[in-house]
Design a protein around this ligand. Structure first.
Ligand code: KE4
Length: 428
């Protein structure tokens, strides 16, 4: 596959952009020598600037649930753009999108639009701290909630010792207000609350982990978070930036029957444009400015184009609920095919899947948390990724990411992917 134009484009980009990319994972640093520069995409396909075509399982990291260039989304954006891309004043589509989210997701009584998932989670933890008057936030190892300082914290040395910054530039002092526990570890969670429950402002969790590869919640894990938060007056924040409107019409909250106090959203609710949001209990959300003392703002929050794109996508999903049955069917079919391909090549894998999100781990142990995810063979993943890419299958370029199936992926796409996996697994 000739990708020389991308190779040159990457060198050119590095002259003006740190690392040549505007988000690190796009640099392919874990899997190859250069990323592909994409010229366009349509349905389940993307096309690079060398003219190569791929079946796309990144889908802009989740937003493209209906597939690329979905007609109703594109038309909505075009129409909105005709009226000017931004006003800096309220527009009706902000209310329409907020209402759509409140109508679909049980427990979301008020919702505030922002411009990214990072802004959503950053605002949600500030709100939890402002509402409770407490400082400590609990997160889980391997979960990624965007790049705000309080959430770029890795686990401390002991189970209940406060974390340390996971990025340069994060003030060390800040880490002592974030407690990082093992994902799916109910015992550690109960110990933390018995030790310092009255100091915990909130718990933030990916209800299905997607940033250490896909890891479903263990039985009782999410309900324990819900119970302990309720018993201790802490705020339960479900980070559904990735799972919202993906794993079910009402996200992981609907799928697992939990009722978080705040839910953060992103990706799908923007239809591919920059949108994040956080919403939940009215008494908590009313603490946000201008109705309350917790400040948060944004020049382009609720931007008319982004609202039009998100509204078109969510409306399509609401009017076509059968889409979720198709996504589940496609996910199960692909999981089965990849499992059989690995078995045929005698390659040890564990495949974790929730609906249309799945990850292939190259390991012989079940992957249930960050430690077991890290035991996957990264070199084998790298060879698998490149073998699949050579066969026209564009997977997420990291072991610790999910692949995303869209409603545009056909049975033919899935069969092509499975056939490529039979060949690739034999090579690695
Ligand atoms: P953004 O700020 O990138 O819009 O959202 C941050 C975020 C928050 N919460 C969850 C659960 C997320 O998955 C994300 C971002 N996801 C990554 C993919 N794993 C975005 C890809 C990237 O960083 O380029």
């Amino acid at each position: 596959m000739n990708t020389q134009k991308s190779k040159f484009a990457f060198e050119e980009a590095k002259k003006y952009i740190p690392g040549g990319v505007n988000s690190p994972v796009r640099a392919f640093s874990n899997v190859g020598d250069h990323p592909l520069f994409i010229s366009r995409a349509d349905g389940s396909r993307i096309f690079d600037i060398d003219g190569n075509e791929y079946i796309d399982y990144v889908g802009s990291w989740g937003p493209m649930l209906l597939g690329h260039a979905y007609k109703k989304v594109v038309e909505a954006v075009k129409a909105a753009a005709e009226g000017s891309p931004s006003f800096g004043a309220p527009c009706l589509d902000e209310t329409r999108l907020a209402k759509c989210i409140c109508d679909i997701v049980d427990g979301v009584e008020l919702v505030r639009m922002v411009n990214s998932g990072t802004e959503a989670t950053m605002s949600a933890i500030r709100l939890a701290r402002g509402f409770t008057g407490r400082d400590i936030i609990v997160k889980f190892e391997g979960c990624y909630h965007g790049h705000s300082d309080s959430l770029l914290i890795k686990a401390g040395s002991g189970a209940l010792t406060f974390g340390s910054a996971s990025s340069a530039g994060v003030v060390a002092e800040l880490a002592k207000y974030t407690l990082v526990l093992p994902y799916n570890d109910i015992g550690a969670l109960e110990a933390a609350f018995s030790q310092m429950g009255e100091k915990i402002a909130g718990v933030i969790v990916e209800p299905v982990a997607g940033n250490m590869g896909v890891i479903p919640p263990a039985d009782g894990f999410l309900r324990t978070i819900e119970r302990l938060c309720r018993e201790n007056g802490s705020v339960f924040i479900a980070d559904e930036v990735m799972t919202g409107f993906r794993v079910s019409p009402s996200g992981a909250a609907g799928l697992y029957g939990i009722k978080p106090d705040i839910i953060t959203f992103g990706k799908i609710i923007g239809g591919g444009l920059p949108v994040g949001a956080y919403g939940g209990r009215r008494d908590i959300m009313e603490y946000i400015s201008p109705t309350g003392p917790v400040y948060q703002a944004g020049t382009l929050s609720g931007n008319p184009l982004a609202m039009a794109a998100g509204l078109a996508q969510l409306t399509e999903l609401k009017e076509n609920p059968h889409i979720y049955g198709k996504l589940e069917e496609s996910g199960a079919y692909l999981e089965k095919g990849l499992t059989e391909a690995a078995e045929a090549a005698c390659v040890d894998v564990r495949i974790n899947r929730v609906g249309s999100m799945l990850s292939v781990f190259f390991t012989d142990v079940d992957v249930t948390d960050f430690n077991t995810a890290c035991r996957s063979d990264a070199e084998k993943f790298k060879r698998y990724f490149n073998a699949m890419l050579r066969r026209g299958i564009y997977l997420a370029p990291s072991q610790f990411e999910s692949v995303f199936i869209s409603a545009a992926h056909t049975r033919e796409d899935l069969d092509k992917t499975i056939n490529a996996a039979y060949e690739s697994m034999r090579e690695i």
